[in-house]
Ligand binder design. Structure first.
Ligand code: GTP
Ligand code: SPV
Ligand code: MN
Length: 586
């Protein structure tokens, strides 16, 4: 008798016609074989064995460098269940269209079977997925990003309790690229892209889109959040989870070298992109990191902005679409001033400066989590870490202050639901356009976002000790167009205030949008930021917020009557508070 997994593998093989099928065991011998395979395919190079041991540089197809949201679909029976913010296709149509493309797509290729666990192997909250792929790059990447191979297969046994994900590179033609999710069957089909979030199906496809659906059914949460611990001088560690949209600073915050280390504040990394949260027996929301590696943005990373990342990257790392120096080392914009002479750009051409950047703006590193010098001793704790704060944020050149605190859970859910951010190179669409991105989940929620807000509100009634909710903005700009806040390791000053607020300390003023630190509440010693700049960073402008409020109202209208009443109520109250300030005598 064959197992459900074997039956699925057979049925997929009948459709895709691979030359051979390889079951991945996750061993080091296998990893070495896959590396050789990748190198022989011609788009992957071994880096300097002395300075970057066991590291690879992979160059993707130039048209395949980021997530493609336009061709990402949620395929529910009822369109309303996908909601107005997702692309939708009826499941039967998606199966027909993608099935046509998958038919024979693996002819002459190897189909790899990759069983993997999301979450610590010993955690009851972990889940199993299996990815079938014809990409050796995907195999090498999943080896870093998840616990894969024998460990997952042993845990699965003959059970049918896994999320199947089928992936093929197809012909890489963007017009034949589809990333389809069938949340009702807990199934993923992706064809035509080899890029991270499109192709590593355990990441955004399972751990967020499918998992968010499962989480609502089962009473937990799957969020686009980093998880960190802030250690105070007393040794006490306060855990926080933060949701920022793609390329808005999650990895950097999670792996920061604290600017207040000499005062006894340091940051421990639990996760950098995704959190799965459930209520623990102690009444706190506990978070696990479903992943085992970091798929981080390379540009902008350097010894000053993030020495922890720079250290982590020096071995066992896959670089994708960075430049390559003549010393066979990776290079990207922002690593230092200028690429050394003879640098080859991400497309394999000699870098001249007039032909675009050396590294693709969304070039990435794929590195095992345990290599981070800041990795938390509790990062694989099977019960997760108890979360005391949720932090939301995005890129807002104007409007949003450095930090503010919501007045309670319901208000916090409203703050998160009204988040917006300027778009980045992590997706293929236009960059720098402000768009609503509730909870940083706009591209990742596997169902109607109005129902998702409802789930958040519902969770609030089920967590005896709910996290306090904050909003941050590292990206406010001055009249000169420059960032007002230095960011990176200095962000610990904001985390410290958040920790103080959790403990009932930390001075704050109440404004229409929530509690903002008083002018002397943040620890600023050793920081070269003027008083005027600090005031600008913390300023709440009622006129700007009134415009923002109107804009959010329009966004909410898309959800019609499905929008929870509590969100409407918070929206109305904010409008009233803003009006009161506007008419109040100065
Ligand atoms: P995804 O992996 O796409 O989800 O991105 P992320 O949210 O993990 O963002 P990441 O930390 O990789 O940062 C993205 C870009 O923002 C990089 O170029 C960083 O150098 C830059 N960045 C991160 N933190 C800060 C900050 O505090 N201030 C400024 N100015 N830039 C930052
Ligand atoms: C993101 O875009 O949020 C990422 C990279 O973390 S990807 O894996 O492509 O989703
Ligand atoms: Mn991300």
């Amino acid at each position: 008798m064959s197992t459900p997994l074997e039956q699925w593998v057979e049925s997929v093989a009948r459709m895709t016609c691979p030359e051979q099928i390889v079951w991945c065991d996750g061993s080091e011998e296998e990893a070495a074989r896959i590396q050789q395979q990748l190198i022989s395919e011609g788009h992957t190079l071994q880096l300097n064995e002395k300075t970057y041991p066991n590291c690879l540089l992979h160059r993707s197809d130039p048209s395949d460098v980021a997530r493609t949201e336009k061709v990402t679909f949620i395929c529910t029976q009822d369109k309303e269940n996908a909601g107005p913010t997702n692309n939708w296709m009826p499941p039967a149509e998606a199966k027909k269209t993608l099935g046509g493309l998958f038919t024979g797509s693996m002819k002459g290729r190897t189909m790899y079977v990759i069983p993997y666990i999301l979450g610590p192997a010993a955690s009851s909250q972990s889940r199993i997925g299996v990815e079938l792929t014809d990409s050796a790059y995907v195999v090498a990447s999943v080896k870093v990003m998840a616990r894969m191979g024998k460990i997952a297969l042993d845990r699965l046994g003959s059970s049918s309790d896994f999320v199947p994900g089928l992936h093929s590179l197809g012909d890489l033609n963007p017009s034949r690229r589809y990333i389809a999710h069938f949340p009702e069957e807990k199934l993923i089909w992706s064809i035509g892209s080899g890029y991270g979030g499109n192709a590593l199906l355990g990441k955004k496809c399972f751990a967020l889109r499918i998992a968010s659906w499962m989480a609502r059914e089962q009473g937990w949460m799957a969020e686009h959040m980093l998880i960190l611990g802030l250690e105070a001088p007393s040794g006490k560690v306060t855990y926080m989870a933060a949701a920022f949209p793609s390329a808005c600073g999650k990895t950097n915050l999670a792996m920061m070298v604290s600017a207040l280390e000499n005062q006894g504040y340091r940051v421990w990394t639990v996760g950098d992109d995704i959190a799965w949260l459930q209520v623990g027996p102690d009444g706190y929301l506990h978070a696990i990191n479903p992943e085992a590696g970091f798929f981080g943005v390379a540009p902008g990373t350097n010894e000053k902005t993030n020495p922890n990342v720079m250290t982590a990257l020096r071995k066992n790392t896959i670089f994708t679409n960075t430049g390559l120096t003549s010393r066979n080392e990776p290079w990207w914009e922002g690593m230092n001033d200028k690429p050394p002479a003879g640098t080859i750009d991400w497309q394999g051409r000699v870098w001249t400066g007039s032909n675009g950047p050396a590294a693709q703006p969304n070039s990435r590193y794929t590195v095992p989590a345990h290599q981070a010098p800041s990795i938390s001793p509790r990062w694989e704790d099977p019960t997760g870490v108890p979360i005391s704060a949720f932090i939301f944020g995005g890129r807002r050149a104007r409007l949003a202050p450095l930090v503010y605190e919501a007045t309670n859970w319901q208000h916090g859910v409203y703050v998160a639901a009204t988040m917006a951010s300027e778009t980045t190179a992590a997706a293929t669409e236009a960059v720098g356009v402000t768009r609503r991105d509730p909870m940083a989940m706009l591209p990742f929620c596997g169902y109607n976002m109005a129902d998702y807000f409802g789930h958040w509100l519902d969770m609030g009634t089920r967590i005896p000790h709910p996290p306090k909710i904050f909003h941050v903005n590292w990206f406010r700009k001055g009249a000169d167009g420059k960032f007002l806040w230095p960011g990176y390791g200095e962000n610990v000053r904001v985390l410290k205030w958040i920790m103080e607020r959790i403990e009932g300390q930390g001075a704050a003023t109440e404004t229409p949008i929530g509690f903002v630190p008083t002018s002397n509440a943040l620890t600023l010693d050793g920081l070269d930021v003027s008083r005027a700049t600090m005031e600008e960073l913390l300023r709440v402008d009622p006129a700007d917020w009134t415009r923002e409020h109107a804009d959010t109202g329009k966004f909410f209208q898309e959800f019609g009557s499905r929008l929870p009443e509590a969100i409407r109520e918070e929206h109305k109250r904010l409008g009233e508070r803003l009006q009161r300030v506007a008419v109040a005598p100065k």
